[in-house]
Design a protein around this ligand. Structure first.
Ligand code: NAD
Length: 522
């Protein structure tokens, strides 16, 4: 049964199987707290990645519909901006509670549309929920500063919202990434137009319903759909003051350039190639489990997936054991009991990943574990690739240079920690990195010298919790990393400072002559 999106409905039934949906419903868009069917004739078919059955059709919103969303958000901003942060905090508390209540429903939508396992989809929701929870602390984060700068004179700052802001989201975290944006953008007093990935907007639609139920006034949270046309509209619309983007370099570099050229603030988190350096003194068992989980979990479709292993010294001898553990993972439909990883998002993505594996073979690497051609018996039509390990990789190979974004681990070998650091620093991406060692000084040297934004010490996927910020580096973030998501920098991104200087002098001015020199503040 397809999930019901009716606002008045109290039903919480949702699909927990990959069975064919008899009558797939089109995905509506969400404006002024209402779900509306698009009048477009252009739809994007969305297929369950485990079966390639049609789940829904996602509209390419018409220009008139996109303009209506901007008008709704602009109208709502007039009153929303002057609500108190404590008022907004109360709504956020309710939003948080509703996400918890609808946790499984959100996760089921993710498994159906995106393909990741149900347990992993619950984690996707949790990581977003934590951002909403942290956003409840906004009263503290929005405090300004004040200083008496001269006799009878003080300067103080206020953090004010920007206005209408927009978010453009990727397919791989259908709940978490919208939740990097909705809570922080709105609690700071902005109104939002969010475009989920056209490949899996279901979780964002449920979040819209929960936002309405939590008490967000009409027009504060709006969801529109589509691909490039919608993105271009958001980038060019003058009423939109800021763009939050998470996705690939191809789209993100373009979005950053065009949005910035149009005078908007843009934060853009991009692609990755995350390395792990493995030292012989590490806890071998912990390392093996950590890397297998972080390389193949979510079928490698995480921006923080640990996709590249740098084996230092004799640790290369551990490869057969690593392959054994990877081989033991169960690849299956995400709703199936015991599934460790699901399919990749589309037949196109599967073909791209397979061609990168083939290129490695052609370029002289070895396929230690080959996941091509695997099919779970129950789902012969899905986009399957089982865990794949490529060894003898060198930095010139295509499989090393490109983000694979699939269940593929590429392995390189070096003799020393210094070589490992040089190799990793020469890579153009700098999202996450990990080191496995029991030595404090070794970890400290690595931490100091490594050029990556998020470092794990015996932690394979060091995604910062929302009291910190998501701090990618190098090509993994646009604009030199000046604007990062969530945490204090997230609040800074969605607000601008107003700085007020006031003179309240009790003594009457006695001089009859204007002072034309710069004040000295003595
Ligand atoms: P994507 O770039 O294909 O799509 C992201 C969004 O951009 C979608 O909403 C899509 O409609 C839009 N888009 C795509 N191509 C466009 C174009 N040419 N012009 C305008 N808009 C376009 O990314 P994806 O495949 O959905 O997501 C996977 C990518 O996202 C990976 O590269 C991954 O590393 C990255 N990612 C990064 C982070 C991070 O925080 N650094 C987090 C998650 C995902």
């Amino acid at each position: 049964q397809h999930l019901s999106l009716s606002l008045n409905s109290t039903t919480t039934s949702f699909p927990t199987t990959h069975d064919k949906i008899e009558k797939p419903e089109d995905t509506p868009y969400f404006i002024n707290n209402e779900f509306v069917a698009s009048t477009t004739s252009e739809f994007i078919d969305l297929h369950d990645p485990a079966t390639n059955n049609l789940v829904t059709r996602v509209p390419q919103n018409t220009d008139a519909e996109l303009q209506a969303a901007v008008a709704a958000a602009a109208a709502a901003f007039k009153t929303w901006r002057s609500t108190s942060v404590l008022f907004r905090q109360q709504i956020m508390f309710k939003f948080v509670a509703l996400i918890r209540e609808n946790w499984d429903r959100l996760a089921a939508s993710i498994t159906l549309e995106q393909g990741k396992t149900f347990a992993d989809a619950r984690g996707d929701v949790l990581r977003g929920l934590q951002v909403a929870e942290a956003a409840c602390g906004a009263p503290e984060l929005l405090k300004g500063e004040v200083l008496e700068v001269a006799k009878d004179m003080e300067t103080r700052t206020y953090r004010e919202p920007l206005g209408v802001v927009a978010a453009i989201c990727p397919f791989n975290f259908p709940a978490m990434i919208p939740l990097w944006c909705i809570p922080v953008a709105t609690i700071t007093g902005n109104t939002l137009i969010l475009k989920p990935s056209e490949r899996d907007p279901g979780a964002a639609m449920i979040l819209a319903e929960l936002a309405q139920k939590a008490g967000f006034p009409a027009g504060v949270v709006n969801i529109v759909h589509g691909a490039h046309r919608t993105v271009n509209f958001l980038l060019d619309e003058p009423a939109i003051k800021a763009i939050s983007f998470v996705g690939s370099n191809k789209a993100g570099e373009y979005i950053f350039a065009r949005g910035s050229a149009n005078g908007k603030r843009v934060q853009a988190n991009l692609g990755a190639k995350n390395h792990a350096a493995v030292l012989p003194d590490c806890n071998k068992n912990q390392f093996l489990n950590a890397v297998v989980g972080a390389a193949f979990g979510a079928a490698g479709q995480r921006c923080m997936a640990l996709s590249t292993l740098v084996l230092v010294g004799e640790t290369k001898e551990w490869l057969p054991e690593l392959a054994e553990r990877a081989k033991a993972l169960q690849v299956n439909g995400g709703f199936e009991e015991g599934a460790d990883l699901g399919p990749v998002i589309s037949p196109h993505s599967k073909a791209r990943i397979e061609s990168l594996i083939a290129s490695a073979e052609t370029e002289g690497a070895k396929i230690l574990l080959d996941g091509r051609g695997f099919k779970p018996a129950k789902y012969p039509n899905g986009n399957w690739i089982a865990p794949t390990i490529i060894t003898d990789v060198t930095p010139e190979m295509q499989c090393y240079k490109e983000e694979i974004f699939g269940p593929v681990l590429v392995c390189l070998t070096v003799d020393t920690l210094d070589e490992a650091i040089d190799l990793i620093n020469a890579n153009e991406y700098g999202n996450g990195v990990a080191i496995f060692t029991r030595s404090g000084p070794t970890a400290e040297t690595f931490r100091r010298r490594i050029d990556a934004g998020q470092v794990g010490i015996n932690v394979p996927i060091p995604v910062p919790l929302p009291m910190f910020s998501f701090t990618g580096n190098k090509k993994s973030i646009a604009g030199g990393g000046a604007s990062t998501f969530y945490g204090k920098p997230g609040v800074n991104f969605y607000t601008q400072l107003k700085t007020v200087t006031a003179l309240w002098s009790s003594a009457d001015a006695i001089s009859k002559k204007a002072d034309v020199a710069m004040p000295t503040h003595n």
